[in-house]
Ligand binder design. Structure first.
Ligand code: PLP
Length: 394
């Protein structure tokens, strides 16, 4: 008889966002006169920029005519787009061959798909609190999950030590949920560790566009040694508002080998077997993000979100709250005031000032006692929420 994948039973319910929605709905029902300010949202709110919209329109028009119509495209991405992304890296001093860039329908899809490259017996090492997909995709594959605790002591940026083990190392920098970002020297240490132990780093760079500090790399490939131990997963979701469009890209370097097998060749084989690529329209839209106009327009949107970050940072500084993030990320991660746990703070924040955020405990046990605010709301809402917080806790 057919046996289903028994590891589905090992998944925990995705309780966090359901619970937030339930508690918020209950509050709104009991207090219909009150307007909740939702400051925990992880989705962008600004629309797609004009450079991308006009590229999409042009691509639609091309599909309408026999002489410009495109059918199937190369599975790993159109050459012009792969080159545009490689050129984008080159402007930051990272040399990539265009065929090391693989287009995808988003970082989430890739986080699941890439696991095809690794044996079931390899253990995943996750920094906790963690983006839930790192844990859940490996649970589904029946892999052992090892955890390194991020905490206030290590600035929510755990580093390897002599006891650290793990084959597949997940590094997310700038981080969701904590907003903390690894410096060049910290990432170098992880690269040394991976090269010495034979581990592979899966580097999630979904928030690289928010980096301000010169000492924080946008790409792990800015650092020597990464080409023999790392894969980078990136996305236009938070860079160009593509959460509903779906586009990402993955870098697998030619030099990445383990146990006599070349992971770049394996990934080409995987993609040409399991996908027929990404839609032509999307690829043309994505390519526009990497033009000078696209870069200027998307950076303006990021600057908008960053103004929200600066409102939060000033507020937390005035209140003397400990936090990470904001500077290099669209998230801020505060220590709950007065020793409250994450859900106690959630409830009080909603009851006292009608602000909704995200309890840190929902990202793993080391998130307990912390709380995530996001910067994807409007200036008006963010200013109003920050003012209420100052009045309440100030
Ligand atoms: N990685 C991290 C750390 C994220 O926070 C997100 C989305 O919130 C993703 C990946 C998923 O990105 P995508 O929309 O490209 O699937």
């Amino acid at each position: 008889m057919l046996k289903p994948n028994r590891h589905y039973a090992d998944l925990k319910d995705s309780f966090l966002f359901v619970e937030i929605a339930d508690r918020s709905a209950a509050y709104e029902k009991a207090h219909p006169e009150q307007l909740l300010l939702r400051m925990g949202i992880g989705d962008v709110t600004l629309p797609i920029c004009p450079a991308v919209i006009s590229a999409l329109h042009a691509a639609v028009e091309e599909q309408a005519h026999t002489d410009s119509f495109h059918g199937y495209l190369p599975e790993c991405g159109t050459p012009s787009l792969r080159e545009a992304i490689a050129a984008h890296y080159a402007r930051r001093g990272v040399r990539l061959d265009a065929d090391e860039v693989f287009v995808s329908s988003g970082a989430s899809d890739e986080l699941g798909a890439l696991l095809d490259l690794f044996d079931q017996d390899s253990a995943a090492l996750v920094m906790e609190p963690a983006y839930p997909a790192y844990v859940d995709t490996n649970i589904l594959a029946g892999r052992q999950i090892l955890r390194l605790a991020a905490n206030r002591g290590n600035g929510f940026l755990p580093m390897p030590d002599s006891d650290t083990t793990g084959d597949l190392i997940y590094l997310c920098s700038p981080n969701n949920p904590t907003g903390a970002a690894y410096t060049r020297s910290q990432l170098s240490e992880w690269i040394r560790f991976a090269n010495a132990t034979g581990a592979v780093i899966l580097f999630d760079a979904a928030y690289e566009a928010y980096i301000e500090d010169a000492d924080v790399p946008h790409s792990i490939f800015e650092i020597d040694g990464a080409r023999t131990c790392a894969i980078e997963i990136c996305s236009l979701s938070k860079t160009a508002g593509f959460t509903g469009m779906r586009f990402g890209y993955t870098i697998v370097p030619h030099e990445l080998q383990r146990d006599g097998m070349n992971l770049h060749s394996m990934w080409v084989r995987n993609r040409t077997t399991k996908t027929n690529g990404i839609s032509y329209l999307l690829q043309k839209g994505a390519e526009a993000v990497f033009t000078p106009q696209g870069q200027a327009e998307t950076q303006k949107q990021i600057a908008y979100y960053k103004e929200n970050a600066s409102i939060w940072m000033k507020t937390f500084d005035r209140l003397g709250l400990w936090y990470t993030g904001g500077k290099n990320a669209p998230y801020l991660w505060i220590e709950c005031p007065n020793g409250m746990d994450s859900w106690q703070f959630f409830d009080l924040l909603m009851e006292r000032i009608q602000v909704v955020g995200t309890p840190g405990a929902g990202f793993g046990t080391s998130g307990e006692g912390f709380f995530r605010f996001s910067t994807f709301g409007s200036h008006v809402d963010t200013e109003a929420a920050a003012k209420r917080l100052l009045q309440w806790l100030g």
